[in-house]
Design a protein around this ligand. Structure first.
Ligand code: PMP
Length: 423
């Protein structure tokens, strides 16, 4: 193990993913918005375990579907085979997404859903005989941690670490409120060079600091792409399945992307699964007797039957329970609680979209590697709250079943944490 550490509580642990993390709590059980540790402690999951859990941990219908499917068919190769859960899920995804998104490509994580989208765009242009290869992306965007998706994303210190391996993209300025025209002009200019695709997170840039932008900007960006024949890839890995108040964020802008990436909430967060939906002609561009035109992507666990069954149960919950009502109620509770922070000088911003609320703490050192993020995380952890700020941005993105009382616990801690800022 390393012998020197810059971070807090420097305990090396063999299983943790982050070298600077303190000894991690051992979580043995999850119910609704709560986790339970091996020592019997309780942790309120205020970030839905990295934005995946939508209906709460261990929703009984999802658990039952997983059990049933696991006893019937656990896994089957999806190359040249199919199975009822994938067939049903594919059909339902096509039916519930905007018309035109007729092809579903399954994979197993948010990163692969976007990686697949980038490869679809590349193959579409290559097979069509047009040399379009450049990708456009938004400043502060995040699309995953593979080499391709890191290239499309922009996380200063992360990307710098792997810079020699990343490919070059054209980065558009984030459409800050009041400066949207700069973004639109940059997009218009970039489109004149006939790029392959624009990849973006609609309405909220998650890992880039829960930065939000207006639906009309998304609509304009989509219109510019359409005018220039540039494919629009919407990464709804985080925003999908209700997070922003509607089933998909693109709907708020009346935008139908050419390629749509889904993961996280697709299974209600219970199991890893992803789907990349696209226009039929984009995928059909890969069907040919010429094998070199094939869509070259497959992974062992593509369309895993148990994950597909969990996703079907998630869609049943959406169809049969009042999830939209729960999402609206949680949004209203979040709004009530962030409102007072808009007048709090310790915060420079407080914003919300749907179930996502974010507050920017005023700090002297705001960078991603600055000490404030780990300090805040530790502060919340000590209070039994799972809240992991992005630098100085504290956000709350809980499961839709979270109660008003549970949210009060989170916001009381945020108010107390504010003194860690400039203090
Ligand atoms: N895209 C977005 C918008 C995300 O928020 C994430 C995950 N935070 C990903 C892609 C990558 O998903 P995964 O971690 O499942 O690979």
């Amino acid at each position: 193990p390393p012998t020197t550490f810059a971070g807090p509580s420097p305990v090396w642990h063999p299983f943790t993913q982050h070298a600077l993390a303190p000894e991690p709590p051992v979580v043995v059980r999850g119910r609704g918005a709560w986790l339970q540790t091996a020592e019997g402690g309780r942790i309120l999951d205020a970030i839905s375990s990295w934005w995946v859990i939508t209906h709460g941990h261990c929703h009984p219908r999802i658990v039952a579907a997983i059990r049933d499917q696991a006893g019937e068919l656990d896994q089957v190769i999806f190359a040249g085979h199919t199975h009822p859960a994938a067939e049903a899920l594919g059909r339902r995804l096509v039916a519930m997404t905007p018309p035109g998104l007729d092809h579903v490509f399954f994979s197993d994580s948010g990163s692969t859903s976007v990686e697949v989208a980038l490869k679809m765009a590349a193959g579409f242009w290559r097979n069509g005989g047009t040399a379009r290869s450049r990708i456009l992306a938004l400043e502060h965007g995040y699309h995953g941690d593979t080499i391709g998706t890191m290239s499309a994303g922009e996380r200063g210190v992360y990307n710098a670490a792997y810079a020699p391996f990343l490919f070059d993209v054209t980065r558009l300025p984030f459409p800050e409120a009041g400066r949207e025209d700069t973004t639109l002009a940059a997009l218009e200019a970039a489109c004149r060079a006939a790029p392959a695709a624009l990849v973006l997170e609609p309405l909220v840039l998650g890992a880039g600091g829960m930065r939000m932008y207006a639906p009309w900007v998304l609509k304009e960006m989509a219109a510019i792409c359409a005018r220039h024949g540039v494919l629009l890839i919407a990464d709804e890995v985080m925003t999908g399945f209700g997070r922003t108040g509607t089933l998909f964020a693109c709907a708020q802008a009346g935008v139908v992307p050419d390629i749509l990436c889904l993961s996280k909430g697709l299974t209600g967060g219970a199991l890893p699964l992803a789907a990349t939906l696209c226009r039929r002609d984009i995928f059909d561009a890969h069907y040919s007797t010429d094998r070199a035109r094939t869509f070259f992507h497959s992974s062992s666990f593509t369309a895993n039957p148990v994950a597909c069954a969990a996703a079907l149960a998630n869609l049943d919950i959406w169809a049969e329970e009042d999830v939209a009502g729960r999402v609206a109620a949680l949004g209203a509770l979040q709004e009530e609680r962030i409102a007072p922070f808009r007048d709090d000088a310790r915060f420079s911003g407080a914003r919300r979209l749907g179930t996502i609320a974010a507050l920017d703490l005023v700090v002297a050192d705001a960078g991603y590697l600055a000490g404030i993020g780990p300090r805040l995380s530790a502060f919340f952890r000590e209070r039994g709250l799972l809240v992991r700020p992005l630098g100085n941005t504290i956000y709350v993105m809980p499961p839709y079943c979270t109660s008003a009382g549970d949210l009060d616990l989170v916001y009381a801690a945020i108010a107390a944490a504010a003194d860690l800022g400039t203090a």
